[in-house]
Design a protein around this ligand. Structure first.
Ligand code: ADP
Ligand code: ADP
Ligand code: MG
Length: 451
């Protein structure tokens, strides 16, 4: 059993992890930057350590300082959350070198799956359907052109190290390819310090369907069903739901089996997500990537399965077997999550950091809010704009949508701009209500919705 865990993250996910640690009787260490001295995760942890200045590269990405804190305070394990160091193989290895458990897969597994073009190769070999594309990365424009001609336009140029919807460009014709190739490369370089890119066929107007995986070190791999994350803006998720309104039980079983196969091929341990795009007209799905960490939208899976995923992560990291088998996983009802960001959709989603002057969180039956906000909290400008996740659970999709509308009506965040009204509008759109939507929904409807 772990006695003390360091949480190498901030914001709502740090608070989310703290909550489970408290319930398990595990002591917690919060790390924070100088911009986060007043943050909630710092107030709630048993011990706290400042690890550097506001800039993430000098604090939340500062491996040396985080490891120094963990070893000095005698931590048994480090939970990386998502973003920051969560998918950094070097960090995972360094943590283990210090005799501390990294709550996630090993550095080797992160390497294997974290590089998206390498992961594609492994999936191809294991018989998991993969989007047609290049074998590994492409090193020149000519190579990209050859692949694009082979698989046919439109194509996507994607950063091998990509994440958060960055480093990705579409090309609908040979004329557009050069621009797409060069700008994907340069964004990849500036965001990830790695300009390696690969080519994939652009599946037009697909659904984003992903499967939650849990695996232990004894080779047990279980999936916890899917999440439909098709409501995205610029390849970034806004609303997630489980189950998907379009999967038949047969397709769910088939995709679930492939997700388990994918995790097994990777020699996976701990929580992970296998992402697919689903061409709903063709009933064909394709692997796009694996996220080797807990996901932002993990709560929707928790709501319909009743399983605390952070607790399971800790259990398997302690070297114990998963607390359930595939046949024990039962799904109940429907869950939705809205990502609330401090941004102004009317002004091209300009980030709106600032002081939270007034705050009222929704409640009642089936409503959960994961947030690190409190009244008077100054939202810093140097990090991600996501400030809260509103998650609701209901018996049916209809009831769940009604509940989310009601929850958003109750929620008050004063002093800053948010995307709450935009969420509210989406929850009234006929295509969202009918389930007849795909990843093009926001692009198609944004202008009207924002007005
Ligand atoms: P999820 O698939 O869990 O929804 P996202 O892709 O939205 O994850 O990313 C979650 C968080 O992690 C976001 O804040 C995003 O900016 C950040 N993130 C994801 N991947 C990377 C990466 N490779 N490098 C830096 N930040 C990342
Ligand atoms: P990230 O690591 O940034 O999350 P992904 O590979 O998961 O990158 O892609 C982000 C989003 O872009 C997906 O959720 C999907 O909506 C879209 N996308 C990615 N690959 C394709 C593809 N080949 N065809 C169509 N859409 C895609
Ligand atoms: Mg993704």
């Amino acid at each position: 059993m772990f006695r003390k865990i360091l949480i190498a993250n901030r914001g709502e996910i740090a608070v989310r992890i703290l909550r489970t640690c408290k319930e398990l009787g595990i002591e917690t260490v919060a790390v924070y930057s100088q911009a986060d001295e007043t943050a909630l995760h710092v107030k709630w942890a048993d011990e706290t350590v400042c690890i550097g200045p506001a800039k993430a590269s000098e604090s939340y990405l500062n491996m040396k300082n985080i490891l120094a804190a963990a070893t000095t305070l005698g931590c048994d394990a480090i939970h990386p959350g998502f973003g920051f160091l969560s998918e950094n193989a070097t960090f995972a290895r360094l943590v283990e070198t210090c005799g501390i458990k990294f709550i996630g897969p090993s550095g080797d597994v992160i390497d294997r799956m974290g590089n998206k073009s390498a992961a594609r190769e492994l999936m191809l070999q294991s018989g998991v359907p993969v989007v047609p594309g290049s074998n590994g990365s492409v090193r020149t424009l000519e190579e990209a052109q050859t692949v694009a001609e082979e698989i046919g336009y439109p194509v996507l140029i994607k950063a091998s190290a990509g994440g958060g919807g960055r480093g990705m460009r579409k090309a609908f014709s040979p004329e557009e390819l050069e621009n797409a190739y060069l700008s994907a490369r340069s964004e990849a370089k500036s965001c990830f310090g790695d300009d390696d890119v690969y080519v994939e066929k652009l599946i037009e107007n697909p659904k984003h369907i992903e499967f939650q995986i849990m695996a232990d070190r004894f080779g047990n791999v279980v999936h916890l069903g899917e999440r439909d994350c098709s409501i995205q803006r610029r390849n970034q998720k806004m609303i997630e739901e489980a189950p998907s309104a379009v999967l038949t039980p047969e397709l769910r079983e088939k995709m679930g089996k492939d997700a388990v196969r994918a995790a097994k091929a990777a020699g996976y341990e701990n929580a992970g997500t296998i992402e697919f795009v689903l061409d709903s007209k063709q009933h064909q799905y394709y692997f796009i990537e694996m996220n080797t960490r807990i996901q932002v939208e993990h709560p929707v899976t928790e709501m319909i399965t009743g399983i605390d995923l952070i607790k399971e992560q800790i259990t398997v990291a302690e070297g114990r077997p998963l607390s359930f088998h595939q046949e024990d996983v039962k799904f109940w009802g429907h869950a939705l999550e809205c990502r609330i960001n401090a941004e102004n959709p009317q002004e091209n989603f300009r980030p709106c950091p600032g002081v939270v002057k007034g705050l009222h969180m929704p409640g009642g039956f089936g409503v959960r809010v994961d947030t690190a906000l409190y009244q008077g909290y100054p939202i810093p400008s140097c990090y991600d704009s996501m400030i809260a996740k509103v998650i609701v659970h209901g018996a049916t999709r209809e009831e769940t949508i009604a509940r989310m509308r009601r929850a958003l009506e109750e929620m008050i965040v004063q002093g800053i701009d948010t995307n709450m009204d935009l969420h509210y509008m989406i929850l009234h759109h006929k295509d969202f209500l009918s389930g007849n939507f795909d990843t093009s929904f926001m692009e198609k409807n944004l202008e009207k919705l924002v007005k």
